[in-house]
Design a protein around this ligand. Structure first.
Ligand code: ME8
Length: 520
């Protein structure tokens, strides 16, 4: 595959810090991105922060600091979290940046000029948590927002409106004729139902009610609706300019996005509002929208009031993990595509001990030790004979690729573990330790070669999830981790000395059970 690959995440509100739900989204996006880097030549990964709106304005006020101070503090905290988790984005967009604000204003003016935006008096119920108007029928029996369980504010203003209804049929048509546009596909029906009752949407707020935002260029009494501001980030970050006939090279290389990763709660904004905006701007539509599920902790929804909000820092610290690989692996395997997932300390420990320490680490460690013990760490020419297990490894590459084509991150990880299970069975059945003791040295060497080859495949396949562990495996095998997937079978391990006794290190140490109890 040589196609260019552009992937984006939702941009996080900065009224708080990153928790493991945010981390889940950024990690699965990073895993997908690193995988496609192993297949494509030009790739781009965008993330960032959503810094305007009433929610940020009110939080800053309650803390007695300016909204900009709040944004700066929390943006730094988000960026530190992503660094800790080895999130390898190419660009981080802040919606308070000058470049972004200027383009959002131009987009608004363009839509106003072409009649897609018009002025209208309006009375509605606004939920500050969702940053959107709600209909009476969406509320709970007590008149509360179903997501935030707070009473929406009655807002009566003269606002600008976007002609969403004009694009309704085109959006329905696009969703119906592209069954893999919304992933997972069961969410497409939800969107089609929402589209049935769609109305034009308010896209500005009076500056008297919301001051923290981007002013409408031609009317400074109005602030551009935070979702219009936020959704535009995916193209402002590429340097899109609505006033230019010809766009710059970054934009033409990467737009339309290959995959836009977001949570299920904001699918409506991305599959309806965002798509209508792109249609109005006459821009091509993203190829896929991946709506992931939500992460709970011990099967309970995270909430400040319950005091169960966990940060990625909490977890790495309580298990004394220097590198994020184990958490990255666990969280990206904990939910099948689009489904909700759960974090629990016990489950985390059991899963990474079983998969990373035993299944993967032990297999490598004991095979390398046998190679040192009987062959002084050297692969001999006569060991290079492919057994069935290498075919299984090659088939696993195809299965992993097929899963990633559908953005099935957990399912792809499962295939890699299945290969490791097969390799463990292979070494146990062949028992190279007995073969060596009984003098069948060549046969023992063949088994070791096959295990190392499988480990070479595994290192490259697991790299998107566990970049540090994968690099360590490749270092011990003296193989190349920076290799395209289609070159894997041309780069097999060659005859020669690969390792000495003191170079063998465990790639992942079992998590000690007492760490989990020191938590919180
Ligand atoms: O919605 N599990 O920001 P946000 C999994 N600024 N994902 C979760 C989660 C959880 N428990 N909690 C939140 C916004 N998320 C807007 C986006 S995009 C133009 C603007 C996900 O900080 C959530 O689904 O509330 C969303 O995709 C992302 O974190 C940011 O959420």
């Amino acid at each position: 595959m040589n196609e260019n690959f552009y992937i984006t995440t939702a941009i996080d509100y900065v009224n708080g810090k990153a928790h493991i739900g945010h981390a889940f989204e950024k990690i699965i996006t990073d895993v997908i991105y690193r995988h496609f880097k192993q297949r494509c030549d030009k790739t781009m990964f965008l993330t960032g922060t959503d810094e305007h709106g009433i929610k940020i304005q009110k939080t800053a006020k309650s803390l007695n600091i300016s909204p900009m101070e709040l944004c700066n503090q929390n943006v730094e905290a988000f960026q530190n979290s992503w660094k800790l988790l080895d999130i390898n984005y190419d660009k981080f967009i802040r919606t308070t940046s000058h470049e972004h604000k200027e383009i959002v204003q131009k987009i608004f003016e363009k839509l106003l000029k072409q009649g897609d935006i018009y002025k209208h008096s309006y009375k509605g119920l606004y939920c500050n948590g969702c940053e959107c108007f709600l209909n009476e029928k969406d509320l709970t029996e007590d008149g509360l927002c179903p997501n935030h369980l707070t009473k929406p504010e009655v807002v009566e203003e003269e606002n600008y409106f976007f002609k969403l209804t004009k694009y309704k049929d085109a959006i329905i048509n696009h969703i119906k004729s592209n069954p893999d546009f919304i992933i997972p596909s069961f969410r497409a029906n939800e969107v089609l139902n929402q589209l049935e009752n769609i109305e034009d949407i308010s896209v500005s707020r009076s500056i008297n009610n919301v001051s923290w935002g981007i002013p409408v260029l031609s009317d400074d009494s109005q602030i551009i609706y935070v979702w219009i501001d936020a959704l535009s980030n995916y193209i402002t970050a590429l340097g899109y300019d609505p006033d230019k006939e010809e766009q710059n090279e970054t934009f033409t290389t990467f737009w339309p996005a290959s995959c836009q990763v977001i949570g299920k709660d904001i699918l409506k904004f991305h599959s309806i509002y965002w798509i209508a905006l792109l249609m109005a701007l006459d821009l091509p539509l993203p190829k896929h929208i991946l709506a992931h599920g939500w992460i709970t902790i011990d099967e309970t929804k995270m909430s400040k009031s319950l005091g169960n909000v966990l940060s990625p820092e909490n977890i790495l610290k309580s298990f004394e993990l220097q590198k994020p690989d184990a958490f990255r692996y666990y969280i990206s395997s904990c939910a099948n595509c689009g489904k909700d997932g759960n974090y629990s300390d016990i489950d985390f420990k059991e899963k990474v001990n079983a998969d990373l320490a035993n299944n993967m680490g032990n297999l490598l460690n004991r095979s390398l030790n046998i190679l040192v013990k009987y062959f002084d760490g050297e692969i001999k020419d006569e060991f290079i004979v492919e057994d069935e297990i290498i075919k299984t490894a090659k088939k696993t590459v195809n299965k992993v690729v097929e899963n990633f084509d559908k953005f099935q991150v957990a399912e792809a990880a499962f295939e890699i573990m299945t290969l490791l299970n097969a390799a463990n069975k292979y070494i146990n059945d062949k028992a190279p330790w007995s073969l060596s003791k009984n003098g069948d040295l060549t046969q023992a060497g063949v088994v070791l070669y096959n295990v190392f080859e499988v480990m070479r495949y595994v290192s490259v396949l697991i790299y998107p999830y566990c970049p540090n562990i994968a690099s360590n495996i490749a270092k011990q095998l003296k193989t190349n981790i920076n290799i395209k997937l289609y070159d894997l079978d041309k780069n097999n391990i060659k005859a020669g000395k690969i390792i000495t006794k003191d170079e063998i290190t465990p790639v992942f140490l079992r998590l000690d059970s007492e760490f989990a109890q020191n938590k919180k």
